[in-house]
Design a binder for this molecule. Structure first.
Ligand code: NDP
Length: 448
């Protein structure tokens, strides 16, 4: 598995210390394996124990979140924030509210975030946080109570120049509003301490759209460079129906593709005529309903129970935009058999390592999450710039900067992969391109 005894030892020691942290070890293995060529040609990494320091978070905070529900019952959840690496800038990364959240998931997301943020070229370190709180079925008042209780502890660990959280699964504009309101109340400061804020109180235009749009800008550039092709006329399948999936669908449609499927954790919809996004937005963004309600409005569209079945739909381009490990080797084989030419990740680590390797071995354009979905955090970085300068840019200005960043990320990843001898090994390309900057900063900053 490993060519370098040093890298193997770093992984083995981490595995020993992190027993049971499945997702975290999966992400660490993927990253460490692909960093080997760089580590072997840069002896200063081993000499200065950079990898040992890189995989260990600078700080990991776990805390109790006690709040009162609408029936007057006290509820207790667990909150987390990992401040993974600040060598190139303040910690930056989203908050996830989902019952599956635990230390392993927060650490895997945090480690990935370090490399992703480096790839954006903006000065942002990596962090991540969240809670096992389940927003589904909660009233607005309960969401607000929880967010206020969560921030009542989190505020002491964050700051506009220290750590700047944002949204992720289960944390959208509404939650960011309640979290920011509580931060302001406690600190009596109006600063850019959270991103993904609403436009009236310091948010950036195009942040809502950024991850999905950025994914499409990355994919369009990859298709142009690697296959001399475009998205026009392509059949597209997108998993999920949250923030990333909706705006990936919007931009794919604008670029001339036909999106035929979307999903949620219960099942998927198939509309051979092309998904009507205004209907999806009304269901998901306005009513906070389920994706199966689509077929009640659109005749001829189908709903199928079970979200995994979405990968059996023949398509040219697939965008997994729901959650980690939603696409395994069997799904990858099915997609390739059905003629897929590109699979780019909107979600974080949606493909298992075996699935990702299968795509790359079969010369499918594979856009690893830390590169392909970096548009969200990049635009959060742009929101931080606007907040610091006390001004706001137009939608077109932000969107143009986002596009430039995504095109640049693709070329950085692709050029690095090519230099390693395989332009399709975008996983190594992304990991090494992201790691190079972080490791140089860590070397320059001395032992810490
Ligand atoms: P949302 O909460 O807006 O949407 C999540 C979507 O994924 C929902 O449709 C949800 O369905 C579905 N989903 C969640 N868990 C599962 C599961 N186990 N199986 C199938 N579907 C599931 O989250 P986002 O769109 O913001 O995030 C989606 C992914 O993108 C995550 O991996 C996130 O880390 C990543 N990401 C998000 C960024 C952003 O800017 N928002 C930035 C970069 C990455 P249901 O309603 O049934 O739960």
């Amino acid at each position: 598995m490993f060519q370098s005894q040093y890298v193997k030892k770093v992984y083995d020691d981490l595995a020993e210390k992190s027993k049971g942290e499945t997702e975290f070890l999966q992400a660490a293995l993927e990253i460490l394996e692909s960093l080997e060529p760089y580590v072997l040609s840069h002896p200063e990494i081993e000499k200065n124990k950079i990898l040992e320091r890189f995989v260990e978070p600078e700080r990991f905070v776990q805390f109790r979140v006690a709040w009162v529900d609408d029936k007057g019952e006290i509820q207790i959840n667990r909150g987390y924030r990992v401040q993974y690496n600040s060598s190139i800038g303040p910690y930056k990364g989203g908050l996830r509210f989902h019952p599956s959240v635990n230390a392993s998931i927060i650490k895997f997301l945090g480690l990935e975030q370090v490399l992703k943020n480096s790839l954006t070229t903006l000065p942002m370190g990596g962090g991540k946080g969240g809670s096992d709180f389940d927003p589904k079925g909660k009233s607005d008042h309960e969401i607000m109570s929880f967010c206020q209780a969560f921030m009542t502890e989190l505020y002491r660990h964050i700051g506009e120049d220290t750590d700047v959280p944002a949204g992720d699964i289960g944390v959208g504009g509404r939650e960011i509003g309640y979290l920011y309101g509580q931060y302001k109340r406690i600190q009596n400061k109006t600063v850019g301490v959270l991103t993904g804020k609403g436009i009236p109180y310091g948010g950036s235009l195009a942040r809502t759209e950024a991850t999905g749009y950025g994914l499409l800008y990355f994919t369009a550039e990859a298709l142009k460079v690697m296959k001399k092709d475009t998205l026009s006329g392509k059949t597209v399948v997108i998993s999920g129906s949250g923030n990333v999936a909706i705006y990936a669908c919007e931009k794919a449609t604008q670029l001339g593709a036909k999106v035929v499927a979307l999903s949620d954790s219960n099942g998927y919809i198939y509309d051979k005529n092309g998904i009507q996004l205004d209907v999806v937005k009304e269901i998901k963004e306005v009513r906070r309903g389920r994706i199966k309600e689509y077929v009640e409005t659109i005749s001829g569209a189908e709903y199928h129970e079970g979200s995994k079945g979405i990968w059996s739909i023949p398509c040219d381009v697939a965008f997994p935009c729901a959650t980690q490990n939603e696409l395994d080797l069997e799904d990858a084989k099915l997609l390739v058999q059905n003629g897929v030419i590109a699979v780019c990740e909107g979600a974080n680590m949606p493909s298992t390592l075996e699935a990702a390797k299968y795509f790359m071995e079969h010369k499918i354009i594979y856009g690893p999450a830390k590169a392909a979905n970096a548009g969200g955090v990049a635009t959060s970085g742009l929101e931080m710039c606007q907040n610091s300068a006390r001004l706001s840019w137009s939608f077109e200005e932000v969107d143009a900067k986002l596009k430039d960043i995504m095109v640049n990320i693709f070329h950085n990843v692709y050029d690095t992969a090519k230099a390693l001898g395989n332009p399709y090994d975008t996983l190594a390309g992304a990991n090494i391109a992201g790691f190079e900057k972080v490791s140089k900063a860590m070397l320059a900053l001395g032992v810490y």
